[in-house]
Structures are given as structure tokens and as C-alpha cells.
Design a binder for this molecule. Structure first.
Ligand SMILES: [Zn+2]
Length: 448
């Protein structure tokens, strides 16, 4: 048996093994990995080729060894259509990100060159999806007949997917997919015993939903001193499901707190939260994350084409022509979710604002905040710069709504302070409807 054939066999074995393994819990993985290795080894022995015995549990290092022979022919399995709309064909190699993995360790493992990784990162510049790979994220790889990476699929959770396809010039083009799923409204009611999040949890509310509520009302309520045992709460929440599975996304629709000391409520209306009297609960955003207006050197353009490759290279942000060192301000209250140095985006910051808004600030020279830090609107978070791949000093500013990039200069952002008088009735109607649903639930909870 020729060494080339062995590699071909190994590769198809390993592909199957990786695909299987990535869907299984760790103990099963180890068992399966051992079984597969024994199988592989026996195939080699049966062919009178000298087989190297492999210790169990060394699956990974073996994998990288075996796929390493880049000069050997590789099997040309039917390739996936480059059109990303095709309904999820199984990629040739599937991999679920493990603890401690980085993109380069994974690419090393599969013997995909660093050049290819850089090309992917270049395409990812406008998504920055690959910067935050975490255990559980799913990666898919498809190769061409030469064994070069042709398609790369990144999937996080049930709702988000980015597909990178390689064009003729070797550059990658990406498409982002966000699954809308369906929302189901669920209503909960209960009494406070101990702290609010855990009391809500006992009533069936997810802990993340409880924290959404407390962050929504943090300006209005002190969740220590205002709480008394026996206070009642009611919550209406819409949970997102894809194919019957909860995605982790919940939208708080209504919350009522009826306490001995404090009465408080929050209702979602027209994408903003108000109390039952129609007073806004959220702070406004500022349109421009700078102290004053600067010239826009490049605007938001989702259809921008690369001048040389002709591939779609969207410009997902707004570029402000600002000198290096210009203070960059947080566009709204939020939590810093990323402070990262990226080969192309340079030093950049991401802020997650309440529920659905994210902002990004690229090509910075200095960051004044760290990951996890709370920031408020107008706070100086960075100094602008020219880092990464940048043709001149500027600030690239991005606004994403539910993960989708929007034009930050024109998008509707929370600036509403009160409800317009013509919408008052609609608001009252909605509050009344939710309140009656919640009252029903409270009555049920009391019976139990
Ligand atoms: Zn830009």
C-alpha cells in the first residue's frame, strides 16, 4: 500500500472521527478516539506497512501528524457548493472548539497554513467573529482538490453563522447568517425570599433574564435596600426558539415589582423600555462617539466591492478622519466586551449596551478601559489611532443591532425620552394586556 493511499484513508477516517467526536461529551470522545486509532492502526498493519503504536489519549497530536503530509495526494470528496445558501451540507471536517483552543492551534492541527489564516482574518475584519472563539463554537472546513481550504464555516449557538468562501484570487469572501427563529412569550410570578435574581429563578425565570431585569431597573431601584421578603414580582418574557431549542436569547417584555417599600415596572414598547406611566427607563445613545463632528472619510456601505478582487467587502462602519490621539467616547452606557489587538482592525474595543446594541471602535492607539468594565455614555474609552491595516489616522465606528451592522449615522437609536402622544393609547393597551397576563400567573403561583 502506497503511503499516499494510507494518508487518503487516514484522512477520511479522521474526518469522520472529528465530525463524530465534536458532537460528543469528553468521555465518549476518548473512548471513540481510542477505538478509531486501533482501527486505523489495524488498517495499516493489514497492509503490511509499519504501524506506529499510539498511546490512547494522544489523539490530537496524531491527528496533526497524519494530516501533515501536504505533498501527498488527498481525496477529492464532493465539494460543497460555494453558495452559502445551500442548506447546511455537512462540512468535510467539523470541529467543536475546546477549552484552550485558539484559531491558530486549530489551524495548525489541521495543517492549514498561517497565510490562509491571515486571509481569513482579513475577510473577518468586517465581522470580527473569529476573535472570540469559545468552547462550544462549531467550525467547518471544506477543502479543494489540492487540499487547500476552500470554505470555512463558523457557527456560534443556534442562531449565528458566518461562511467564508475562497474566491479565485485566493481571498476570502464572507456571508453572515442570523437565524431569526420564533419567539414564545412566557409569564412568571413569584415572591421575594432572599435576593431578587434567585427568587425569580425559583419561579422559573432564567438567571440571565433576571439579571436583564435588574440591569434595566438599576437606576430606579436598589436591589438590596428596597427589597423585603414577601414582595411580589411578575415577568413576561419572550424566548427565542430555533427548531424547538431555546437559543439563549430572551427579551423582557414586561416586569412588575410590587413591594412593601418600592413599586416599579418596566414595559417594552417601540424598542424602548418605559415604566407603566410611560417614562423612559433607558438612557439615550449619542450618535457620534467623539466630542465634536469630524469629516467622514468613508461611510457605511454594505455593498462595497474590493477594487482589485471584485469581492464584496462591506464597510460596516463609519470612518471619521481624526488625528491620532483624539479622545474616543462610549456611545452609550454598557459593558466593555472586548479590548483586542487585531492584525487588521488594530487595537479595538467593543461595548455591549443594554440587550441589543453593540458598538465597536477600531484602529485605536490606546485603550483606557479593560474587558468587563462598565462604562457610561460619553466616557473617554480610548485614543484614536492608525493601528492595524489603516491607510491613515481615523476612527472606524460600528453600531450593531441584534448582531447586524447598521449605519450608525442614520439608524434609529434609543433617544426617545417619552412616548409620543399619538402612541399613548397603544402603549396603555399593551401594558394592560401584559398586566392581566401576569396577574393570572400570580394567581396561579399563589394557589401552589
Ligand atoms: Zn472603516
Amino acid at each position: 500500500m502506497k503511503i499516499g493511499n494510507i494518508i487518503v484513508r487516514l484522512r477520511s477516517f479522521l474526518t469522520t472521527v472529528i465530525t463524530l467526536l465534536s458532537h460528543l461529551p469528553t468521555p465518549h470522545r476518548i473512548v471513540l478516539a481510542c477505538a478509531s486509532l486501533i482501527l486505523i492502526v489495524s488498517v495499516m498493519v493489514a497492509d503490511n506497512t509499519s504501524a506506529v503504536p499510539v498511546a490512547p489519549g494522544q489523539f490530537r497530536s496524531n491527528l496533526s501528524l497524519d494530516l501533515g503530509e501536504s505533498d501527498v495526494e488527498v481525496n477529492s470528496e464532493p465539494s460543497v457548493e460555494s453558495s452559502a445558501q445551500v442548506k447546511d451540507p455537512e462540512p468535510e471536517v467539523s470541529y467543536v472548539v475546546q477549552k484552550g483552543d485558539t484559531l491558530s492551534t486549530i489551524f495548525d492541527l489541521l495543517h492549514i497554513s498561517q497565510t490562509t489564516l491571515y486571509k481569513l482574518m482579513e475577510a473577518d475584519l468586517n465581522v470580527l467573529a473569529l476573535d472570540t472563539i469559545q468552547p462550544g463554537h462549531q467550525l467547518g472546513f471544506n477543502f479543494d482538490t489540492e487540499g487547500d481550504l476552500k470554505q470555512f464555516i463558523f457557527r456560534s449557538g443556534l442562531t449565528y453563522k458566518v461562511v467564508f468562501n475562497r474566491g479565485e484570487k485566493g481571498e476570502f469572501e464572507y456571508k453572515e447568517f442570523i437565524e431569526k427563529g420564533g419567539y414564545r412569550r412566557e409569564v412568571f410570578a413569584g415572591e421575594v425570599q432572599g435576593d431578587l435574581p434567585r427568587s425569580m429563578q425559583r419561579a422559573g425565570v432564567r438567571i440571565a433574564e433576571a439579571y436583564q431585569v435588574t440591569s434595566l431597573l438599576k437606576e430606579r431601584m436598589n436591589f438590596r435596600s428596597h427589597l423585603r421578603a414577601g414582595d411580589r414580582f411578575q415577568l413576561a418574557v419572550s424566548r427565542q426558539y430555533v427548531k424547538g431549542e431555546y437559543t439563549g436569547n430572551s427579551i423582557i417584555e414586561g416586569f412588575v415589582y410590587d413591594g412593601a417599600i418600592r413599586k416599579q415596572s418596566a414595559f417594552l414598547f417601540d424598542d424602548n423600555y418605559f415604566d407603566a406611566d410611560g417614562e423612559s427607563l433607558e438612557k439615550a445613545f449619542q450618535r457620534i462617539p467623539l466630542k465634536r463632528r469630524y469629516r467622514i472619510s468613508s461611510g457605511f456601505n454594505p455593498k462595497r466591492k474590493h477594487p482589485i478582487t471584485g469581492l464584496i467587502r462591506p464597510h460596516n462602519g463609519t470612518d471619521f478622519s481624526v488625528p491620532i490621539g483624539t479622545p474616543v467616547l462610549a456611545a452609550g452606557d454598557g459593558v466593555v466586551t472586548r479590548v483586542i489587538k487585531h492584525r487588521y482592525a488594530g487595537l479595538y474595543i467593543e461595548i455591549q449596551h443594554n440587550r441589543k446594541y453593540t458598538t465597536r471602535y477600531l484602529h485605536l492607539s490606546k485603550a483606557y478601559v479593560r474587558k468587563g468594565q462598565k462604562v457610561s455614555r460619553g466616557q473617554k474609552i480610548a485614543a484614536s489611532g492608525n493601528s492595524g491595516r489603516s491607510t491613515g489616522a481615523h476612527l472606524h465606528y460600528e453600531l450593531r443591532v441584534n448582531g447586524r451592522p447598521v449605519n450608525a449615522m442614520t439608524a434609529p437609536i434609543p433617544v426617545v425620552q417619552t412616548i409620543a402622544s399619538k402612541k399613548r393609547n397603544a402603549f396603555k393597551h399593551q401594558v394592560a394586556e401584559l398586566k392581566s397576563l401576569m396577574a393570572e400567573q400570580l394567581a396561579l403561583a399563589k394557589k401552589q
